[in-house]
Design a protein around this ligand. Structure first.
Ligand SMILES: [Zn+2]
Length: 316
């Protein structure tokens, strides 16, 4: 199994959002990657510059952070060929590693734009080194910049940042400082290619919570009536935990609930409503054991919403 650490640089509409191509808001202009063996030794690297097809010069804000010349890009390769070579270079079996959670998604969106997404069937499992660093060295929640992390770990940073191959190298160096016991149970899943049918739905158990990704629904209301979407099974024993606070809408994208497992105590349910490019809906649900304080926070959120609604009713 190869460890593939990759980093992408992308461009955006140089004339602002109004002129962006909604199918490709971020156009990849550089792919950098390093390959590590199971002992986490770097054994190969990959680098391609990409000749842009959608946006014809580099957006100023991008220019400030990445140091690519448009002239160099003109010598680059067409994205479909570069992506195909990248996937071939990865080999038959690999784990993907990236810094943050955006690169895996953008890679797929660019591949879809050129009709080559079948080269990378989803949903794509990967490891977010930024998250792994937080799990290993901090509080699981904080997200640091790559440069901050490099400084903390005392890694040589003489190569500069914000070029794809350099950043992939730095990310690999951070990865070397994280033991497998922190990596393997903490994979991430990118749902750009989300489940379409019931049998494609995803269930994952993490050390401290369970995650479920539903199939698609035509409306949010239908989704929130689905038994599987709204079920609240205990992440430890899988028993049907009894609802203490029913699912309520916190905002248009998030629902919460509180349930109780007789054996393991209170659990917080959270449903994030996601919308696809084709305007369908799917749910990303997490179920996590919480203490009484966190459960109380959820109850107060519901109360605050109720009061707001009552007040509105009184005013009209
Ligand atoms: Zn339980």
């Amino acid at each position: 199994m190869n460890y593939i650490v990759f980093d992408l640089e992308w461009n955006q509409s140089p004339d602002g959002k109004r002129y962006e191509n909604s199918k490709l808001p971020f156009e990849i202009i550089e792919i950098g990657a390093v390959k590590l063996n199971e002992k986490k030794e770097i054994i190969d690297s990959f680098h391609r510059l990409i000749k842009p097809q959608v946006y014809n010069w580099i957006h100023d804000s991008i220019h400030e952070v990445i140091h690519v010349n448009y002239k160099d890009l003109a010598q680059g390769m067409y994205f479909p060929k570069a992506a195909q070579e990248f996937i071939e270079w990865c080999g038959p079996e690999w784990y993907f590693f990236t810094w943050g959670n955006q690169d895996v998604m953008e890679l797929q969106r660019n591949m879809k734009f050129y009709n080559i997404l079948s080269l990378l069937p989803g949903p794509v499992t990967y490891y977010d080194v930024q998250k792994l660093y937080s799990i290993r060295y901090e509080d699981r929640k904080t997200r640091r910049s790559l440069e901050y992390t490099i400084d903390q770990l005392g890694i040589d940073k003489s190569h500069g940042f914000h070029r794809a191959l350099e950043d992939a190298h730095y990310t690999a160096e951070v990865l070397k400082n994280i033991e497998d016991e922190y990596i393997l149970p903490n994979s991430s899943i990118d749902v750009y290619q989300n489940p379409k049918k019931k049998k494609e739905e995803i269930y994952i158990s993490y050390p401290d919570y369970d995650k479920y990704i539903s199939r698609e629904f035509y409306t949010k209301e239908k989704m929130m009536k689905d038994r599987e979407v709204t079920s609240t099974r205990c992440p430890i024993c899988q028993c049907a935990a009894k609802r203490k606070i029913r699912w309520f809408m916190h905002n248009s994208k998030v629902y919460y609930s509180i349930s109780a497992c007789p054996e393991h105590g209170l659990l917080k349910g959270k449903i994030r409503v996601r919308k696809t490019e084709a305007n369908r809906y799917y749910a990303v649900k997490t179920l996590k054991l919480v203490d009484i304080e966190e459960a109380e926070e959820i109850r107060m959120k519901r109360e605050a919403l109720r009061r707001k609604r009552q007040l509105k009713r009184k005013l009209v």
